[in-house]
Every structure is written in C-alpha cells, then in structure tokens.
Write a protein that binds this ligand. Structure first.
Ligand SMILES: Cc1cc2nc3c(=O)[nH]c(=O)nc-3n(C[C@H](O)[C@H](O)[C@H](O)COP(=O)(O)OP(=O)(O)OC[C@H]3O[C@@H](n4cnc5c(N)ncnc54)[C@H](O)[C@@H]3O)c2cc1C
Length: 507
C-alpha cells in the first residue's frame, strides 16, 4: 500500500537559534579613509578575529578552511541552524535513503575541487542513468521519444532548427571571456530577443526556453543574453552544462546527499568557529583593518577583514556603513532569482526504466520542465525528480494544497509516459522545498541572474572587494557560476584575497 504523501517542509526546518542580546553602545569618532570622518554609534565588540566570514554554505566554509590554513583566526556567522546553505539533504520518510532538496550533481573531471571534496568526504558517487529513451512533451501534448544524447526528431526539418540554434548559442558562448564577458550588443538583448535575432523558429525558441528554466528558473525574456551565455561558458559551454554524461554538470550524484560536503568542511574547523543562528544585519568599516559586524541577536565581532558569502540578493538586508559603491549596489538591486523548485517523487518501482526509458523527460508545457531519474538502487530508492521552473513552475506553486501539487505532477507523468494511472499507482511519497520563501537564500535558487544592461555597466564590481569586505558565493565565481564547484572556488579566491591584506600572511 502507498504511504501517505508528506508535505514539502516536513522535517528539515531551519530556524535561527536564539542568543542573548548584548547592548552596550559607546560613542566613537571614526575616520573612514577617502571620506569625511563620521560620528557613529559603535557597539563594543564581544570578540575579535582576523577574518569574519558571513555564511556557512560551501563558499563560506571553504573560505574559513583556507583562512585557518594560512595561520590566521576566523569566525563564521551563520543565520541558520545548519551548515550547507543551498545544499540540504533530508531522509525520505519511508526510510529509503536521502534526497537532496538543493544541489545534487557534480562531476569528476572539470569540477576538480568538488571531486576532491567528494573523495575526502567518502561520498559514494552514482552515475546518472542515461540508458534508454528520453521523452519530449510539446505544447499541444504531443510526445516524441528520442535516444539520450540526440535532439528530438519531430521532423528532420524541426530537428535541424533545434540543432542550429543550439550550435549558435554554443559558439556565441564559447567566444566570450569567462571572467570579464564584454559584449554590449548581447547585453542589450534578453535571451529571447537574442533567439529571435538568430532567426530561431518557434519550436527552437520553445526548446531553448527549457535551458533558461532548467538552469536558472528564468524565462528567456527576463535575463540578459550576455549573462546567460557567460553563465554557460563558466561551466564549459551550453552542451557540457546540459549534459548528464562524463564531464557534464549532471553526471554524478551522492548517495549520502551533497550536504556531506559542507559537513566535512565544517568538521575540519575548530569547535566554536561557526556560530549558528546569527543573522548578520550590519557591517561597519571604521578604518582600514577595523570592522564591526553585528548580528540580529546583538553579537558584535571586530575583524580586520570580512568575507561575505551570502547570496547577492541577501545583501539588501545588511546595512553597510559606509554604503556600498554605486556599481555594487546596482548589482545588489538587479540580481534576481527566477522560480525554481525540485520535487522528489518516490515510487515503489522504477516503472519508467522497466519500459525502456532513462527517466529524462522535457516539457514545453509543464508544470515540470524536466524530470530526471534520481534513484539509488542500493537503497531501494526509486525517484523521479521534477524541476518546477519559470512561469509554469510559479503557476504550479500557486495550487492550493500539497496534494494538488503532487497530483498535478503525477498526472503530467501519466501523460508523458502514456499511462495515466501508472505513476499514481506506484507513488509512495514526495519531498521538496520552496527556496523562494527563504530570506537567507535571497528568496530563490539556484543562482541569481541579471536582466539586460547591468553586466556591462557594473560587471566589474562582482568580485571587487569594498575596502576590507570581500565578496564570495557561487554567483561571483569565474568557473561553474551557480554550482557547488563555483561556490568552493569563490570561497578559496576570497580567502586568498583577504589574507593578502593581513599581516603575517602564510599563504
Ligand atoms: C534546488 C537546487 C538545485 C541545485 N542543483 C545543483 C546541482 O545539481 N549541482 C550544483 O553544483 N549546484 C546546484 N545548486 C546550486 C548550489 O547549491 C549552490 O551553487 C551552492 O550551494 C551555493 O553555495 P554558496 O556558499 O555560494 O551560497 P549558499 O549555499 O546560499 O550559502 C550562503 C550561506 O549564508 C547564510 N546566510 C545568508 N544570509 C545571512 C546573514 N545575513 N547572516 C548570516 N548568514 C547568512 C545562509 O544561511 C547560507 O548558509 C542547486 C541549488 C538548489 C537550491
């Protein structure tokens, strides 16, 4: 008998822990270099450290490890009661293994830092299943089966149109600089306008819209063509990023769940390095090497350097004194998430594989844009992960109850696989998480994106330190922006930058 479906948020709550409030305020006159001395009311610090890191996601934890290895002290302030940020692994209620509510895939070649971390963590890696046919569901509900690695052949002409625009986007993305993309023409266009400018046919546009939805949760009209193409370049190109095979972004999953990476990094830090339930609300740069970081609960830490690893949209909730430079502020105001939710649907059997399908299905109509097989045979876990993204995903999230949402997905699967009752019959439970409700993720995932124009105006400010404050986090990465690999690489980069400005550098 099927178990009762579980709600999306059932057991993995993440609430800030309370901590005592410290309210001693002293008057001080501060001289901010390059600006008029200001009179600020500075709280007295509860502790002092060389480097204060905000956030215990993968970028913040990698930064902490690197700082400590250099012989300097550091404290990490984390707003949640857990490490990992957008990596979060939860057990299925039925006891058949864990599912990743956030990041799930890595690879073992061009994601070298994540692969090293996987080996260090003792992660058991599972190759993504690409054996068998994939399915495409078109706007009118028509279905096309096609072998993994090929494009769907609705007609030879349509197949050519889809491949032409895919190859054009691949060429255009490869022509861009990874670190400082500059192309004012591409940045003046939305990705949709770009597709039209390259004479994409309606079906090629529909197909390319699945890329922006599946990779960023964005509709193609909402993001800059330059931003999207550079995003693809950062992961080695559109084809590599879309691939579930060797070298691809969706090649390997982790049996224990990807939160094991953050837990492994956290375990390597001295006890009490990470302070949980400490949401940072203010950063005051008093003078070179003297910075005060304040949390909502009243903790105040004095540090020579600050590394900020929070998602860029979260910076809106932190008060900077002095204020952020105009270009950085423009990025903070402009970076936004699309809609993106993963729902793991667990079944009694891998009924799709029994019928010759690999579990990868793509839909122009929704509610889910993509399904992927995320089973772990060793755990008796048979799961299809639904990617709810963009406008169709947002509409689905508006359905009244958890049960209605599950049914909408089971019905879509029934339509895709041509048996309306089979997925419902085999269904056990569903688990997912609405990242768009989480302030500490910046109200979304997996990575924020920019609308047209902003990258050209303010792109240089992305990784630029603001005096003693350094910015890390996956969207600041040069390579694998938006992915775990980008997060850890950015954390390392930020730590090296910060240590350079400290005395006694040992890096
Ligand atoms: C549904 C989903 C699917 C994904 N799929 C993949 C995938 O398959 N492969 C892949 O590589 N990547 C994937 N990603 C992206 C990946 O999870 C991220 O790129 C990466 O984890 C980001 O790490 P980060 O350190 O930059 O940011 P975060 O993980 O967001 O960490 C930031 C930390 O800062 C904390 N914080 C925020 N504000 C404050 C504050 N004011 N004070 C104190 N602390 C604060 C947060 O609680 C958090 O712990 C996915 C993400 C999601 C959500």
């Amino acid at each position: 008998m099927a178990r009762r479906p579980q709600t999306c948020h059932y057991s993995c709550s993440s609430t800030p822990a309370s901590s005592s409030r410290l309210e001693i305020e002293i008057e001080a006159t501060v001289a901010v270099p390059d600006s008029v001395p200001t009179s600020l009311s500075l709280p007295s610090p509860t502790e002092t450290t060389d480097v204060l890191i905000i956030g215990a996601g993968l970028s913040g934890l990698m930064a902490a490890e690197t700082i400590l290895q250099s012989g300097h002290s550091c404290i990490v302030l984390e707003g949640r009661d857990r490490v990992g940020g957008k990596t979060w692994s939860c057990p299925l209620p039925s006891g058949t293994g864990v599912v990743d509510l956030g990041a799930a895939w890595i690879n073992d070649t061009n994601q070298s830092m994540m692969y090293e971390l996987a080996k260090r963590a003792g992660a058991e890696l599972i190759e993504q299943n690409t054996t068998g046919n994939c399915l495409l569901q078109r706007e009118d509900g028509a279905l096309t089966a096609f072998p993994y690695g090929q494009t769907p052949c609705i007609t030879p002409q349509i197949q050519k149109e889809i491949e032409l625009i895919r190859d054009t986007a691949e060429l255009d993305c490869q022509s861009l600089s990874t670190s400082r993309p500059q192309n004012a023409e591409l940045d003046s266009l939305s990705f949709l306008a770009y597709l039209h400018s390259r004479n994409a046919s309606p079906i090629a546009v529909a197909n390319a819209s699945v890329w922006t939805r599946a990779m960023l949760g964005q509709e193609p009209q909402d993001i800059s063509a330059l931003y999207f193409l550079n995003y693809c370049k950062s992961g080695g190109g559109l084809l590599q990023m879309r691939s579930d095979r060797k070298h691809g972004a969706q090649y390997l999953r982790v049996r224990q769940g990807t939160q094991i990476f953050a837990k492994t990094l956290a375990e390597s830090l001295p006890t009490d390095t990470i302070r949980f339930g400490q949401r940072v609300v203010g950063i005051t740069q008093v003078q070179k090497g003297v910075n005060y970081v304040k949390t909502e609960s009243g903790l105040v830490i004095k540090a020579q350097k600050v590394i900020c690893s929070v998602p860029t949209p979260v910076l809106k909730t932190i008060k900077f004194e002095p204020q952020l430079p105009a270009a950085k502020q423009l990025l903070v105001d402009s970076f936004r998430y699309g809609y993106y939710t993963k729902v793991m649907l667990s079944f009694r059997t891998a009924w799709w594989a029994d019928r010759g399908f690999c579990g990868l299905a793509q839909s122009f109509v929704g509610p889910a844009s993509i399904y992927r097989d995320t089973s772990v045979p060793e755990d008796g876990k048979w799961v299809l992960t639904a990617f709810l993204a963009g406008d169709a995903g947002r509409k689905w999230s508006g359905l009244g109850s958890q049960r209605e949402r599950e049914l909408a997905l089971l019905e879509q699967l029934g339509a895709i696989y041509g048996d309306k009752d089979l997925p419902k019959r085999e269904f056990v439970e569903a688990l997912g998480h609405e990242w768009s409700t989480e302030e500490l993720s910046g109200w979304g995932c997996p990575c924020p994106a920019l609308p047209p124009g902003v990258l050209t105006l303010a792109g240089d400010a992305l990784r630029e330190p603001f005096r003693d404050v350094h910015f890390v986090g996956t969207e600041t990465a040069e390579e694998w922006k938006g992915y775990m690999e980008g997060a850890v690489r950015s954390g390392k980069r930020g730590a090296v930058e910060a240590v350079k400005g400290l005395t006694r550098s040992q890096l």
